[in-house]
Design a protein around this ligand. Structure first.
Ligand SMILES: [Zn+2]
Length: 232
């Protein structure tokens, strides 16, 4: 069976969030020989301003776009959980599903959306971030959290680091100077979200942002994260 484990698990609320948040770093990790798996919690079927495109249809389009973007970056597998868009909740079932994936793939690093962004922030982004943080610690780590998972051979796993994108409290800047172009290419796969006419403007905006994040570093372009190292 392939992909028995992954070095990095990226857990994204919708298709395209991971590309905005971490694609440059993902491409860099892949170039370094690390394996990256994507988990997409909802298929973003409500993310369009067009009454003629039904959610079921959009889900299929967006999954395809996500697979294309993952291929551009060299992501080894994309797992779609298919929770309903805009309806994610912090439930025991959702948490357990994330714990199951962490125990199965045993990543050193888990990357997701920062749940502690204030004010206007997509509710799904907030929920996913919170659930992932709880799943990493203590639920994936503790032996008695899920005796049934243990019986299935899914042993506790200690994640070493969690990286949160879209953070208001950036404490780590990842050099994406060499992979910025791949990030843009991957984002352009999300055609239902980024119109062709906007893509040049988007690239300029992304570049400006990546330069601002990298302004006190020795490199030119960066993605910013709130990075948590777990010592215990
Ligand atoms: Zn999103």
């Amino acid at each position: 069976m392939r992909n028995e484990r992954a070095d990095i698990l990226v857990i994204s609320p919708h298709p395209d969030d991971a590309e905005f948040g971490v694609a440059g770093t993902v491409a860099k990790w892949v170039k370094e020989g690390k394996s990256v798996i994507y988990v997409i919690c909802t298929s973003g079927e409500k993310g369009i301003d067009d009454i003629n495109i039904k959610p079921e249809e959009l889900a299929k389009i967006r999954e395809k776009e996500q697979l294309e973007a993952a291929r551009v970056l060299g992501v080894s597998e994309v797992i779609f959980l298919r929770y309903p868009d805009q309806e994610l909740e912090d439930t025991p079932e959702f948490r357990k599903e994330i714990v199951t994936l962490i125990r199965k793939y045993k990543p050193e690093i888990v990357v997701t959306s920062d749940p502690y962004r204030r004010y206007i922030w997509h509710r799904d982004h907030r929920i996913v971030g919170r659930v992932v943080l709880d799943a990493v610690f203590p639920y994936a780590r503790d032996i008695w959290s899920y005796p049934d998972l243990l019986k299935k051979g899914l042993k506790p796993h200690k994640v070493k680091e969690v990286w949160l994108w879209a953070s208001e409290n950036i404490n780590y800047r990842s050099d994406i100077t060499e992979t910025f172009d791949l990030k843009v290419r991957a984002l352009r796969c999300h055609k239902s979200q980024i119109k062709e006419s906007f893509s040049v403007e988007m690239e300029k905006w992304l570049c400006k942002r990546a330069k601002t994040i990298a302004q006190y570093e020795k490199f030119e372009l960066a993605e910013g994260f709130h990075r948590i190292e777990i010592w215990w």
